[in-house]
Design a protein around this ligand. Structure first.
Ligand code: GDP
Length: 441
């Protein structure tokens, strides 16, 4: 059976999607990104070599796999070229395997300036963005003045007109600055020329692949709680990171998505601002941060850490229709005397078990915890369920019950080999199909 699946973050991002996508990739002909920009950061270790990918799907590390950047993504050409050059230096060629949607919007150099400016203006209320121009590029898209990849390859006179208008609008916003539009036009025309070999009709390509029975993995960046509609607004990203984004961000029909895998850590982290009900401080937070190396792959910022929040994951399961979870970083909890699961929030209106829309409710919520015994024997490196300490298995079983989703994959270390695929799980069924890509770089 030819099943296409979506793999996306079930919490606030950094769940370890990179590793999960990487281990599943050999079962797919293509990996397609549907939203976000180069603010994502996937860290993948292949035979001891560290690859940090921001924009290009990590499937690029597997020869023969087509990597697609959808129309829902915003593309910074400079960041793209940097990533391509770095991959080339590590011996990975992208030619013939990378396809960028002609409908994707382009991040221009002044979008970065606008990003920094808008954060500075918000002061205390800052979002904690990566300041890479992603938000402003999406604002231009929704404001119907964005510049798309196809514009860089089309009529230069029409592009000149758009660039001139955009630059004068920007000069009105950034006072005391007079950006010249002509050099910018030349610069982006040159970007277009370099991008030309990789640009294509992504929706058409995917439709053809799927008709031929070639399997596609839809790769989410950021995560459900950072989704512009369903996340903790306004502390969110500017796109639909949840499953709905697959259709709009790639031009594929809902029925193309045969399964949805949510990636969640065995605890919770969040980078940037906004409420985090299970947030810990002090020694325990430091312990999780150091144990899990919880520092942003894109910015190096320390992540805020807390216990696993089943209210969040249950919400994610509903929004995305999760078939299963890939539970990552179980090993980070090794050696703790006890572990906790948040099953509800105490609020001024009583205890709630559904995720609230109003951030004030969330910020004032006190988690309701279940405490379970920890485990002293290591889960680290386990490749079979039987190798896990009994208490770790109990923790997972209870986590499944309170989240309402089965853990089909359990990750016990950063290496690809340190993974358990639960026998008889939905993922084990998905992987029963043909292996399309052979070998690795
Ligand atoms: P992503 O954006 O969701 O891919 O997450 P990041 O790449 O920012 O962070 C994931 C980090 O956790 C990477 O450094 C991974 O190598 C690491 N990682 C993934 N799974 C595990 C795991 O099960 N255990 C440990 N200790 N580290 C893991």
């Amino acid at each position: 059976m030819s099943i296409n699946i979506a793999v996306l973050g079930a919490q606030w991002g950094d769940e370890g999607k990179g590793k999960i996508v990487d281990m599943l990739t050999p079962h797919f002909a293509a990996v397609a990104r549907y939203q976000g920009g180069h603010n994502a950061g996937h860290t993948v270790y292949v035979q001891g070599k560290k690859f940090v990918l921001h924009l290009i799907p990590s499937g690029i590390l597997h020869p023969g796999v087509t990597c697609i950047i959808g129309n829902g993504v915003v593309v910074d050409p400079q960041a793209l070229f940097k990533e391509i050059d770095e991959l080339a230096a590590m011996g990975v060629a992208v030619d013939g395997r990378l396809v960028i949607s002609e409908k994707a919007h382009v991040i221009l150099p002044y979008h970065r300036e606008l990003d920094v400016l808008s954060e500075a203006r918000r002061g205390e209320r800052k979002i904690g963005t990566t300041s890479r121009g992603i938000g402003p590029a999406y604002e231009d898209k929704i404001g119907r003045r964005g510049i798309r990849v196809c514009d860089l390859l089309g009529d230069p006179a029409a592009l000149a007109e758009e660039v001139r208008e955009n630059v004068s609008a920007r000069n009105r916003i950034i006072r005391d600055s007079t950006l010249e539009w002509q050099p910018l036009l030349e610069q982006i025309l040159a970007y277009g020329e370099r991008m030309r070999p990789w640009v294509g009709d992504v929706s058409l390509l995917l439709a053809r692949m799927m008709r031929e029975g070639r399997r596609v993995m839809f790769e989410g960046a950021q995560a459900t709680l950072l989704d512009i509609d369903h996340g903790t607004y306004p502390f969110v990203t500017s796109s639909n990171a949840s499953a709905g984004g697959v259709c709009t961000g790639l031009g594929v029909p809902p029925r193309a998505i045969g399964g949805v895998l949510g990636v969640a850590k065995a605890y919770t982290t969040r980078v940037g601002e906004g409420p985090l009900p299970t947030e810990l401080s002090g020694e325990l937070a430091d312990r999780l941060r150091e144990g899990g190396q919880e520092y942003g792959a894109s910015t190096g910022r320390p992540r805020r850490c807390g216990w696993f929040d089943a209210v969040v994951v249950r919400y994610s399961a509903r929004i995305n229709g999760l078939d299963a979870l890939a539970l990552t970083k179980l090993d980070v909890l090794d050696g703790l005397p006890d572990v906790r699961l948040c099953t509800g929030y105490r609020t001024s209106q009583g205890t709630i078990t559904e995720f609230p829309a109003d951030l004030r409710t969330l910020a004032a919520a006190t988690p309701v915890y279940e405490t379970l015994p920890g485990w002293s024997a290591p889960s680290k490196g386990a490749t079979r369920l039987e190798q896990l300490p009994a208490e770790a298995r109990r923790y997972i079983a209870r986590l499944e019950e309170v989240s309402g989703v089965e853990c089909a994959i359990i990750s016990t270390g950063s290496d690809r080999a340190e993974t358990i695929v639960t026998p008889g799980s939905v993922v084990a069924g998905w992987l029963g199909g043909p292996h399309v890509a052979a070998g690795r770089t």
